[in-house]
Design a protein around this ligand. Structure first.
Ligand code: NDP
Length: 334
């Protein structure tokens, strides 16, 4: 059982020595639990937060434990009738080939015949689709004709957010890194405007957003923070709603950027709403069904960036921070 462990807490950018790949015996099922052979691990920006011991919504990954990750896999040994051998499960486990899962763990059975690949339970039918769905429909609450700006727009969550904006009849502006990602925003996801933030000052971004949204931004779906968020708040419409979903530009930073232009939030009588998808766990079935319906109807496209091999965990994870990932980043193990 190869396991990708957190050896020490990264300071700034994670480096390979923060982790260790070890080989251990395949575990036995805990009482009332089961062992799953992980086929896909989700690689998420949130894992960077879990590596630090700052106060957060979850305890930090204990040093010496595998890097916490949502995984999907097949049950290979079981002491639980709800998870028979040969069935499939999804759960918050770790980057490891086999996970021993206790009954009280956050886990659920899945029916892999419902998706073209089990990896879809980590993307469209998992946290990505659900984060976009509930963040948009429950917090941003789009109305037809409004203008939405989403950062990290070509990424897993951002691309779905923008597509939901279009389904709701909004004008959608996406901010992403590089010409190719901007092309995908328009051609693949149907955004109205794509802004490439790379190499631009905060003032330039502010001007480009102003040109794209002459009446201001009614909604901001924030995945990045930093200069992008600063530029957006100068372009808010009155009573704008800001969904604070992520701040990836800060995750590897040893300093917090904050929002220097908070005054603009007051001036525009805007609301900033800190958002965690787990709050909507009781309604995942509802959100998942709607996202699946949009995909089946051809109204939504989901891309996955599948990297292979547990030995490539570090390089694969770092794609999130260099912007190399094209769609939901997953690591295929088996
Ligand atoms: P993505 O697929 O969007 O991948 C991350 C992307 O972020 C990269 O491709 C890169 O795109 C961009 N990025 C990385 N570093 C920077 C930087 N310094 N400045 C600007 N952009 C950067 O990941 P996800 O869709 O999984 O996550 C997107 C955001 O959503 C994250 O902030 C994450 O923490 C948050 N999230 C929050 C949840 C919640 O419950 N609140 C749940 C799930 C995700 P580019 O090339 O465009 O720079």
């Amino acid at each position: 059982n190869r396991r990708f462990l957190l050896r020490r807490r990264p300071v700034g950018d994670p480096v390979p020595d923060d982790f260790a790949l070890v080989e251990e015996a395949i575990p036995s099922p805990p009482p009332g639990g089961f062992v799953m052979r992980n086929q896909y691990c989700s690689l998420d920006p949130a894992q960077r937060g879990w590596m630090s011991d700052e106060p957060s919504y979850m305890p930090p990954i204990p040093l010496g434990d595998p890097v916490r990750a949502t995984t999907v896999g097949e049950v290979v040994a079981s002491d639980n009738a709800d998870y028979p051998v040969g069935s499939w499960a999804l759960g918050l486990n770790g980057i490891e080939e086999y996970s021993a899962v206790s009954p009280e763990h956050f886990t659920s059975p899945i029916d892999i015949s419902l998706a073209p690949s089990p990896s879809h339970f980590l993307s469209a039918m998992g946290a990505v689709g659900l984060t976009a769905y509930f963040g948009m429909l429950e917090i941003a609450k789009p109305k037809a004709g409004e203008t939405l700006c989403v950062s990290g727009a070509a990424g897993a969550v951002g691309s779905v957010v923008g597509q939901i904006g279009k389904i709701c009849g909004c004008r959608v502006i996406g901010i992403a890194g590089g010409a190719e990602k901007c092309r995908r925003l328009i051609d693949d996801y149907g955004f109205d405007v794509a802004i490439d933030y790379r190499g631009k000052s905060q003032e330039q971004l502010r001007d480009e957003i102003a040109q794209a949204a002459p009446n201001g931004l009614d909604m901001v779906f924030e995945n990045v923070g930093g200069d992008i968020l600063e530029a957006e708040v100068f372009n808010l419409a009155k009573k704008a709603r800001i969904v604070l979903c992520g701040l990836i530009s800060e995750y590897n930073s040893t300093e917090r950027h904050g929002l220097k232009n908070l005054w603009q939030v007051l001036v525009h009588q805007a609301t900033i709403h800190g958002y965690l998808i787990m709050d909507y766990a009781p309604r995942f079935a509802e959100g998942g069904a709607q996202v699946a319906k949009w995909i089946a109807e051809g109204k939504m496209r989901i891309d996955e960036d599948v990297q292979e091999g547990i030995e490539n965990s570090y390089d694969a994870f770092m794609r999130l921070f260099s912007g190399q990932n094209t769609g939901k980043l997953v690591l295929k193990l088996a």
